[in-house]
Design a protein around this ligand. Structure first.
Ligand SMILES: Nc1ncnc2c1ncn2[C@@H]1O[C@H](COP(=O)(O)OP(=O)(O)OP(=O)(O)O)[C@@H](O)[C@H]1O
Ligand SMILES: [Mg+2]
Length: 265
């Protein structure tokens, strides 16, 4: 019997969802992120951690080009989203942002109903009323908000609690069907119970999305991250699996920051 070709049966290494090459971000004359190379694995939760001012949000916001609106901002190097350059590889910025959605630290709901908030970014005019209702339900269920709001979809979104508003923002981002979700401290402005509820939502979403999340909460990182990137003073000090980053073999600077939340970089 012929020997099987082992090369064919070996599982393929999944392509990274995001890849950075020689990436630097500048505000005016100051280089605030000098990340070099970085790969973010697909369908995992990657947490960006580091002290305040270390460049976490700038790096995150560079991925879907939100920083482009700031006149002092400039970047060098390349960012690839699913293998495509995030400048030349997309038709326009709307196309990029339909693939790479973002949720901010403070929930930002629009002055309209819960239902209209979910559908806010949906551009497909061919969707029937039934399809739209199904999309609203699906996104609210994915964001673990459906049970709380299904009876009041036409109420103003502003009547929701902060934790509910943040889940609504997640539902609104999901409605445009992105592949990658950027979350900048999504649990920072909500109470601990809502924060735990959001963590569960985020963990459930990783089967369908790649999640890149900035957090200051080291315990949260340990609970939910698959992969951790530790930034300090704009440099990536170390990156690796959560197990590695919280182990004794991580770099001394990483160990100090992750165990004492203090950094002497
Ligand atoms: N619009 C801007 N203009 C000039 N400098 C900026 C601007 N936005 C951020 N910076 C600077 O870039 C550096 C990185 O900021 P960034 O917001 O990315 O840090 P961070 O790690 O997200 O901090 P935090 O944890 O406090 O949110 C900081 O020194 C900050 O002051
Ligand atoms: Mg920040």
């Amino acid at each position: 019997m012929p020997k099987p070709d082992l090369k064919l049966v070996r599982p393929l290494e999944a392509a990274p969802a995001i890849r950075l090459e020689n990436f630097q971000a500048w505000f005016g004359e100051t280089c605030v992120v000098n990340a070099g190379a970085l790969e973010v694995p697909a369908h995992k939760i990657t947490c960006l951690v580091g002290p305040s001012g270390s460049g976490k949000s700038t790096l995150l916001r560079s991925l879907n080009r939100i920083n482009d609106d700031i006149s002092a901002y400039a970047m060098q190097g390349k960012i690839f989203v699913q293998g495509q350059c995030n400048h030349a590889g997309f038709k326009d910025i709307t196309h990029l942002r339909s693939k790479v959605g973002m949720v901010f630290q403070r929930p930002c709901v629009f002055p309209c109903s819960i239902k209209e908030n979910v559908l806010f970014g949906v551009r497909d005019k061919t969707l029937s009323k039934i399809d739209r209702a199904a999309l609203v339900e699906d996104c609210l269920k994915s964001a673990a908000l459906w049970k709380e709001v299904s009876h009041r979809l036409d109420s103003p979104a502003s009547t929701l609690s902060l934790g509910q508003q943040q889940r609504l923002c997640i539902a609104r981002t999901l409605a445009v069907k992105p592949d990658i979700l950027l979350l900048d401290e999504p649990t920072a402005s909500v109470d601990p119970v809502s924060a735990r509820a959001l963590e569960t939502v985020i963990q459930d979403l990783k089967t369908r999305f790649t999640i890149i999340m900035v957090t200051h909460d080291i315990r949260q990182t340990k609970r939910i991250a698959d992969h951790v990137v530790f930034l300090c003073d704009g440099e990536i000090i170390e990156t690796g699996s959560c197990g590695h980053m919280f182990s004794k073999i991580a770099k001394p600077k990483t160990r100090t920051y992750l165990s004492e939340e203090f950094c002497d970089c």
